[in-house]
Design a protein around this ligand. Structure first.
Ligand code: ATP
Length: 263
């Protein structure tokens, strides 16, 4: 399934004002992997994601999605393969109703009306937002907007899901539901997040960006056990791996995690 592969080679991005946001970033993500891209504020995470379906163009370097190098000619195909969910759902929702927003992508690729309708209903049901279909997106709460933004991407049946800060702004119940939804998506997933407890639950691999460069790329648990690396990159362990400051116990850890995390 080579169309599920994401390859980034020596990517550099300099914004028009001269800010070098990414420098010599390289990695390869293969089919079915679930990968977190983490880093402190300003590390370059969003800039990197915006390259993965062509919203930003590299200053230098190369991106391949499956068999296609990113270019003007391959962009429509790549955008069908890579479903991008932005940090701010307002960047994604622009139609008069939720239904129209979720239908927009499938209609645009010329699917028959019955197929569009089926995809919209299925995507909205999947994110628990079918009851919102007639509402105006700008009347929704932050968490509802996030779900609908995800539905706009699911309705296109992407092979690769790319999400910038998926759990930001969600209440604990909605966060849990979203995590379950993402766990059920069995194709390639790439997230940026400051929610490191979500990362530990959903991503077996983590890439750390620091000042636009890849500082680490490996198994998530190994990375979160490397205190020196985390400190150097201005990161902290997930809460579930931090001991209670009073007695040193690990109340939130599941027993499986305890075996792997505790010395
Ligand atoms: N449009 C832009 N023009 C100039 N500089 C920008 C632009 N967008 C981002 N930057 C700069 O690029 C660097 C990387 O920003 P980016 O948004 O990719 O970081 P991030 O890791 O996603 O941060 P955060 O965790 O705060 O969302 C920062 O120094 C930022 O100020």
């Amino acid at each position: 399934m080579s169309h599920h592969i994401v390859e980034v080679k020596n990517l550099r991005h300099v914004y028009p004002d001269g800010t070098a946001a990414l420098d010599d970033v390289s990695f390869r993500i293969t089919h079915g992997e679930s990968v977190a891209i983490i880093g402190a504020n300003g590390a370059g995470k969003s800039t990197l994601l915006l390259h993965l379906n062509g919203y930003l163009t590299p200053t230098a370097g190369e991106i391949r999605i499956g068999d296609f190098p990113m270019s003007k000619a391959t962009l429509p195909n790549i955008r069908r393969t890579v479903g991008m969910i932005f940090q701010d759902p307002d960047d994604q929702l622009f139609m008069p109703t939720v239904y129209d927003d979720v239908a927009f992508g499938p209609m645009n690729i010329g699917l028959p009306a019955a197929e569009v309708d089926a995809r919209v209903k299925c995507a909205l049901e999947h994110v628990g937002a079918l009851h919102l279909q007639e509402k105006a997106p700008h009347h929704l709460s932050g968490g509802e907007k996030k779900r609908v933004a995800i539905a706009t991407v699911l309705s296109m049946s992407p092979d690769i899901l790319v999400m910038d800060e998926p759990t930001s702004g969600l209440d604990p119940f909605s966060r849990r539901q979203l995590m379950e939804l993402l766990r059920d998506f069995h194709h390639t997933k790439i997230f940026t997040s400051h929610d490191l407890d979500m990362v530990i639950c959903l991503c077996e691999r983590t890439i750390i960006l620091n000042e636009g460069k890849v500082q680490a790329d490996g198994p998530t648990l190994e990375i979160f056990q490397n205190d020196a690396l985390l400190t150097r990159c201005r990161l902290e362990k997930p809460l579930s791996m931090q001991g209670c400051p009073v007695c040193g116990c690990f109340p939130q850890l599941s027993s499986t995690l305890k075996k792997e995390v505790l010395p």
